[in-house]
Design a protein around this ligand. Structure first.
Ligand code: MG
Length: 158
């Protein structure tokens, strides 16, 4: 078994699209980033690469590379899972999203199903928790940023 952790943060702006775990979330503010800015998937990719001791998301998908401009994070995660992960597979994953609004609770199961599909694991191996910064912590508190944390356990296929 191997364990890894990942973290990511992105700025939110009016009119941009909010995508989390590959799911579009109705929101007044969305993600501003080089790719589609899916912070949750970015944190998960870093957790998987961390567990593998294979660098980080910037190592494999540099934001200076025009091939990844506007890239779908789902495609990046698919590359990691199919090309870099073997002979390991995902054991379970636990994530936390910190976001002021919209409230994510109604969307948590959609995000879990999307991630379970991408990570090729049963739904009960995928945890997605959502919380606010309680009005504190600068841009996270004012709703101008979103942060995601991920912890993943890998197991060897056998
Ligand atoms: Mg990112």
């Amino acid at each position: 078994m191997r364990i890894g952790s990942g973290w990511d943060i992105h700025r939110l702006e009016e009119g941009a699209t909010l995508v989390l775990g590959g799911v579009v979330i109705p929101s007044a503010k969305g993600l501003v980033a080089h790719s589609d800015g899916d912070v949750l998937i970015h944190a998960i990719i870093d957790a998987i690469l961390g567990a593998l001791a294979k660098g980080d998301i910037g190592t494999h998908f540099p934001d200076t590379d025009p091939r990844f401009k506007g890239a779908s994070s789902v495609d990046l995660l698919d590359h990691v899972v199919t090309k870099l992960l073997p002979p390991y597979s995902i054991g379970n994953i636990d994530t936390t999203i910190i976001l002021k609004e919209p409230k994510l609770r109604p969307h948590v199961d959609s995000i879990r199903y999307s991630l379970a599909d991408l990570l090729e694991v049963p739904i009960d191996h995928v945890s997605v928790k959502a919380k606010t910064a309680e009005g504190l912590l600068g841009e996270l508190g004012t709703g101008d940023a979103i942060e995601a944390h991920a912890t993943v356990l890998l197991t060897i296929k056998g």
